[in-house]
Ligand binder design. Sequence first.
Ligand SMILES: Nc1ncnc2c1ncn2[C@@H]1O[C@H](COP(=O)(O)OP(=O)(O)O)[C@@H](O)[C@H]1O
Ligand SMILES: [Mg+2]
Length: 407
Amino acid sequence: MQPLTFITLSKNGESSEKLRDALVGSGRAHVLSDCGSPDQMLADVVRLRPSAAIITVAADNSEKEFALIKQLVAASPDTAIITAAHDPAPALILSSMRSGAREFLQLPIIADEFHAVLDRIAELSAAGKNTSQKSGRVIAVFSGKGGTGVSFFGTNLAAAMGVPTLLIDLDLQAGDAASFLGLDTKYSLADFVNNRARLDDSLMTSLVTPHSANLAVLAAPLEAHEAEDIKPQDVSEILHLLRQRYERIVLDLPHTFDPVTVAALDLADDILLVLTLDIPGIRSTRRALKVFDRLDYPRRKVHVVVNRWTKSIDVELKKVETHLGEQLIGFVPNDYNKVMNSINLGQPLVQADPASKVTIEIKRIAALVSGSSQPPSSQPRKRLLGVFGRQNTPSPVDLSTILEDMA
Ligand SMILES: Nc1ncnc2c1ncn2[C@@H]1O[C@H](COP(=O)(O)OP(=O)(O)O)[C@@H](O)[C@H]1O
Ligand SMILES: [Mg+2]
């Protein structure tokens, strides 16, 4: 199913936040922007052509909004207009329908009604032109803690996709994804943002750096100060435009929940949450999962992957899973020499060393998130435990007992 895209305009911050939560929580809607003014909404709708625009109206004093609806219908006929109001007065509903709104949503949101509206928007957008628009899958790679291997795993995952893929380095202050791929980049995300009003196909092509047949990179800003000009809204917009051009977009993210990172996580179809199996790693993963819950992400969008897995880690995986409330879906082996070499040479391991166990596991995970493989089951674990099966020698620290104490 194609994700639905939304732009919202609301008169007060509170209702826009609730709307956003409901849209994100539905697991099938992406909020591209939340506008502060009718002018901004018109500009954003024309540029981004969302599936729907939601406009909050009030019984008195909504002339500006009704005028906006007429403009939107004329400017972007495939965008369904939804009005939302606390007071479902018949006169208000009538006026909004007469202006061209397709749906009316009562606030605060009533779950059943909200889903019915989403269903109808989905039908409309399937019937309209929106279906001819490609919508690539956005895969965010994240960890609650630095040094976990997000950039290594993310770059290799992108290189393992086997379909046209763009890697976007969203670690704005300290991005190193391009260097992991051995690329010298001339342009960056900052150039995308600075040219956002005139981004057409040829400009977009010239701003990304090609790596190999199926992989290109959009680098983090080359100068740290440029990062400050990049707003969450810019990232939502750019992802929306780029997902129409690539089958997969892999995001290399920093380790904080800053607004730009949250905007990217919001838009992602899948979040690969990377951890190492040590106490700080497990703790930060549990924290990140709680933040995802607060952000109303459906858990099916989140997949937890272990990096630097070795047989010497003495921890019962079942206990970690219980502690996190999530299954571990992948186990990328620890291989210091190979990984270090690949990073230093700027050659992704999945391409330079197809036979290595790290490669094999990253390729399996790439197939898993692409939906071309079986869902996670105990099968990979059995296989991995076969390779890294625990020995009977006791290791110095038993993480399992510590986990029990932490719970
Ligand atoms: N599977 C692995 N085996 C061995 N070392 C790894 C592995 N993954 C990452 N590393 C090491 O961890 C370090 C940090 O990785 P990086 O991808 O930069 O982390 P992050 O982006 O999460 O901060 C790298 O220098 C790399 O050598
Ligand atoms: Mg990194």
